[in-house]
Design a protein around this ligand. Structure first.
Ligand SMILES: [Zn+2]
Ligand SMILES: [Zn+2]
Length: 247
């Protein structure tokens, strides 16, 4: 029943954009652009990344290298793919998707992320895409898991299947806003478990989340995926928070 209501809500929210005058979610202007949630001016100001980044030091990585030459890389996550930094343009765009249910905004960014990965992902085979699960109570409250929408676009573009049954959220964690890096790490500890039926032996995985900040959520998910046998984890997010590009 909740699923039906959530779907109805999405359709309603999406239709709102067509019924009401198109208003840009970034600058609030009424506009005549082809996307109801984004005006042409803001659209032109979006600065998309063209490289993957090191999960640990957030420096750009050549997509052919597995180890970051600057810092040696993260033990858990080999690289991060992102549309951009979580700046004044991407923040309201992602918020409109996540908190106002403007799904087309999420789809638009997810498709950009998928395009980048399709162009730059190396030949080696990725076995599965795993969206970071929300706690069931939080998902019910929001009506959807934003990471699943992102993962769906990656699945379509990259032709790699999503697996929703591997990673299970078992603990409801505090909102991470206002917590420092150490507190976030502690907050996420034990948040997930692996489905005992999953076969992760030597699997290469793309983990999907909406935004990465301290990396605590992705690290905890990657930690238990690796403990269960996964060989490599790459992270795909819409934006990297606290990221000034260091070329
Ligand atoms: Zn605008
Ligand atoms: Zn690095």
């Amino acid at each position: 029943m909740n699923k039906i209501r959530a779907t109805a809500e999405h359709i309603y929210n999406s239709l709102m954009g067509f019924v009401y005058p198109p208003q840009c979610v970034i600058c609030d202007s009424l506009h005549e652009g082809d996307k109801f949630f984004l005006c042409d001016k803001c659209s032109r100001s979006l600065d998309f990344y063209s490289d993957p980044y090191c999960f640990k030091c957030k420096k750009p990585l050549d997509s052919s290298t597995d180890k970051c030459p600057a810092c040696g890389g993260s033990r858990l996550i080999s690289k991060t793919w992102a549309c951009s930094s979580y700046d004044d343009f991407f923040r309201p765009l992602i918020h409109s998707f996540k908190y106002q249910g403007i799904i087309p905004a999420g789809r638009f960014l997810s498709r950009k992320l998928a395009d980048l990965m399709a162009n730059r992902l190396q030949e080696k085979k990725i076995d599965m895409i795993i969206p970071v699960p929300l706690h069931p109570l939080r998902e019910r409250k929001r009506g959807f898991n934003q990471s699943v929408y992102i993962a769906e676009e990656l699945q379509n573009e990259l032709d790699i299947l999503i697996d929703l049954d591997v990673l299970i959220r078992i603990r409801r964690t505090k909102d991470q806003t206002g917590l420092n890096r150490e507190q976030r790490k502690k907050n996420m500890r034990g948040a997930f478990k692996i489905n005992p039926k999953a076969d992760l032996e030597k699997k290469r995985i793309i983990l999907v989340d909406d935004v990465t900040t301290s990396g605590a959520t992705a690290s905890e998910a990657a930690r238990i995926l690796k403990e269960a046998g996964a060989r490599e984890i790459q992270l795909a997010v819409l934006a990297i928070a606290g990221h000034d590009i260091q070329e």
